[in-house]
Design a protein around this ligand. Structure first.
Ligand code: PLP
Length: 283
């Protein structure tokens, strides 16, 4: 694989980042994941905008313009002959002698992009069978709206899910669901789509924004509010959204079957609409 590191395209085995990189020492960095279908980027502009916001919230400089970022993404697609897959973009505050205090503002950020090939990303079998999720306490920090590289707890959550024979975990705080370990969470009751309102408690999913827009355009009712695990278990349908899973049904929560136990009509329809519409606008 060819990866991008600080201005250069290099074979992954030759890519180097400093041991003093603040991403490594302090998890002082942000990232984005953009999906690629048929060699084109899905929702690129949304991801680029959120990246700038994440950097701004942490007072990390913006190392590349949106146009330059798009060019790097396109170069990696071409150089790696990527048809279907993901592109990860990691930016840290850069390398400096270890100190909690941020280094001087002119310290160059570390910028790394790499691809992950996922043949058949848009027709993964799990979209047809649905996911099983467990609930876990949400013990992450309070600024989940910033897409930081602090992914240890989500990683632990996926391990807990795996150990429990499930596919993923939904996190619960103050008795209500915040989001999935790497996705936004939804339920459907009497035709109404319910998903957590935006705030600092969840990541503002780019897929979430697009899916809610398409749902409203299709005259589906949407309510942005918190819901409990009990309400979700009693719902007609449940599903998740993310750049890598698009819209994927959830059929079991903490061992309880949701609805019929099969992917529901709303989740299935939203997945079709999302894939169709975002493919049309892919760059
Ligand atoms: N919530 C969390 C915690 C995530 O990590 C992600 C994606 O990685 C999402 C939600 C979904 O966001 P997006 O649709 O922008 O991929």
């Amino acid at each position: 694989r060819t990866v991008y590191v600080n201005g250069d395209y290099v074979p992954e085995a030759e890519a180097k980042v400093s041991v003093f990189d603040r991403g490594f020492l302090f998890a002082d960095g942000v990232y984005e994941v953009t999906s690629v279908l048929d060699g084109k980027l899905i929702d690129f502009d949304g991801h680029a905008k959120r990246l700038e916001r994440s950097l701004g919230e942490l007072e990390i400089g913006v190392p590349l313009s949106r146009e330059d970022l798009l060019e790097v993404h396109r170069q990696l697609i071409a150089r790696n002959e990527l048809t279907d897959g993901l592109i990860y973009l990691q930016i840290t505050r850069g390398a400096a002698d270890r100190d909690f205090i941020y280094p001087a503002a002119d310290t160059p950020q570390t910028v790394v992009l790499f691809t992950q090939a996922k043949p058949g990303l848009a027709d993964s079998p799990v979209a047809r069978t649905g996911l099983k999720v467990i609930s876990i306490d949400d013990i992450r920090w309070g600024r989940r709206d910033i897409k930081t590289v602090q992914l240890l707890y989500p990683s632990m959550g996926k391990m807990m899910a795996k150990a429990a024979g499930a596919d993923d975990a939904w996190m619960v705080e103050d008795g209500v669901v915040t989001e999935g370990t790497s996705n936004n969470a939804y339920i459907v009751k009497n035709g109404k789509i319910i998903t957590r309102h935006l705030g600092t408690e969840i990541l503002h999913g780019i897929t979430r924004a697009a899916v809610l827009r398409f749902a409203r355009e299709a005259q589906m009712e949407v309510e942005e509010r918190a819901f409990s695990i009990e309400e979700a278990q009693d719902a007609d349908e449940a599903f998740i959204t993310s750049a890598s899973s698009f819209v994927t049904p959830v059929v079991e929560i903490d061992g309880a079957t949701v609805g019929t136990g099969k992917p529901g009509f709303v989740a299935t329809r939203l997945r079709e609409i999302y894939l169709d519409e975002s493919r049309k606008k892919s760059v």
